[in-house]
Design a protein around this ligand. Structure first.
Ligand SMILES: *Cc1c(COP(=O)(O)O)cnc(C)c1O
Length: 395
């Protein structure tokens, strides 16, 4: 025991010395635009995935608490024993209808959806072709399956085509990509990817965790954005971001895919059912997203407003239209200290550096929400301007 403790302490020290040690700030209020931390100060939150402001939305609270009374707190079961309620079937039906697939299957998280996907559908006769910047849960899911693994350079269509050619002899080729990449907020080129898929007889799987509910004219995600919703074979996504930010994930696809996942997918078979309040809140979130475009429109306006103001202030912003707004600082220490100074100004943002982003690409990732009002955006823009000038990042 002494030996392993020493080894763990050494590793922890290394993490700390590399400036990578993650400390958790304790929030004492519900998640939202204005939050309080244990330090007692109220700050404006610009780093949640709460894109539509549903994390503490009154209709979500009502839906979740209603189900708590009608359907109880927990299921104490996996789905196939005694863990399937009408709520779970209804949520699956609505997800499938939303994405235009035959069916959908719920998981405890999108992480579980991804780790339970590949080994169920593919074996050593098949090939997975994966974007280099895909989410950790996709990488882990692929590691669990015996298919040949090919990795293409991020959003590089020539490289993807090379890999498709290399995988020609395999029985099934599955192209796998995040719909929106979390560090840059860039949208996968699904129009080109689906075209290549057609040409090389491949399937396409998209993890739309940062897109479901917010990207595309009706919030159906990155494939809708590119007009190729019907060309995606498998979707995975989360209830933990725009759709309320609770927890839960899902896979949506054609019937045999979902049917086999219900029989064989290990995180589905061996992990507890989503609690009824979360299933009810998921149904409500989809209802809110489809009922009107109001929240999505406001998110879009807020994002454009913030991006434009930051461009005008001469910050180096990664171009795009997603509410993930990367403010490029390149230097890790600069990103950390700017985030700390912004917090003192009442703006809660986080600096990201290597290995989360490439070496020399440190940044502050701002995330805009429909719950932000103009005064909140203005306060953030002023704070960025003030600290940016103080730190000589802008003129
Ligand atoms: C956030 C995220 C996940 C994880 O979702 P959870 O439901 O929190 O497990 C998976 N994939 C991508 C692309 C994500 O951004």
């Amino acid at each position: 025991m002494n030996n392993i403790e020493q080894r763990l302490q050494d590793t922890l020290k290394q993490i700390e010395q590399q400036g990578l040690y993650k400390r958790e700030r304790v929030i004492t209020t519900p998640q939202g635009v204005k939050i309080k931390t244990r330090a007692g100060k109220e700050v404006l939150n610009f780093c949640a995935n709460n894109y539509l402001g549903l994390a503490n939305h009154p209709e979500m609270i009502t839906a979740a608490s209603g189900a708590l009374h009608t359907h109880g707190f927990g299921m104490a079961s996996v789905r196939f024993i005694c863990g399937t309620q009408d709520l779970h079937k209804e949520l699956e039906r609505r997800i499938a209808a939303f994405l235009g697939t035959d069916d959908a299957i719920l998981y405890g998280s999108c992480f579980d959806a991804n780790t339970g996907l590949f080994e169920t559908l593919l074996d050593d006769q098949d090939a997975v072709i994966s974007d280099a910047l895909n989410h950790a849960s996709i990488i882990d899911g692929i590691r669990l399956c015996k298919a040949a693994r090919l990795r293409y350079q991020h959003s590089d269509m020539n490289d993807l085509e090379d890999k498709l050619k290399q995988a020609r002899q395999h029985r099934t080729r599955l192209i796998v990509t995040d719909g929106v990449f979390s560090m840059d907020g860039d949208i996968a080129k699904l129009n080109e990817i689906t075209e290549l898929a057609q040409r090389y007889d491949a399937l396409v799987m998209v993890d739309d965790s940062h897109a479901t509910g917010i990207v595309g004219p009706t919030g159906r995600g990155s494939a809708e954005h590119h007009g190729v919703l019907d060309k995606i074979d498998i979707f995975t996504s989360t209830l933990g971001k725009a759709l309320g930010g609770g927890s839960g994930g899902f896979t949506a696809a054609r019937q045999p895919v979902i049917d086999l996942l219900r029989q064989r997918s290990r995180p589905y078979l061996f992990s507890n059912t989503l609690p009824p309040p979360l299933a009810a809140a998921g149904i409500k979130a989809l209802e809110l997203v489809t009922r009107s475009s109001e929240l999505r429109d406001k998110l879009k306006q807020n994002t454009a407003y913030f991006r434009n103001a930051m461009y005008s202030a001469t910050f180096d912003i990664k171009p795009g239209e997603h509410p993930i707004v990367p403010v490029m600082l390149f230097d890790a220490t600069l990103a950390q200290s700017m985030a700390a100074k912004l917090l003192e100004e009442g703006i809660y943002v986080i600096g990201f550096s290597y290995p989360v982003v490439p070496q020399g690409q440190a940044r502050i990732r701002v995330q805009i929400s429909a719950a932000h009002e103009h005064e909140h955006l203005d306060k953030a823009i002023r704070a960025f301007g003030k600290i940016g000038r103080e730190m000589k990042i802008i003129e």
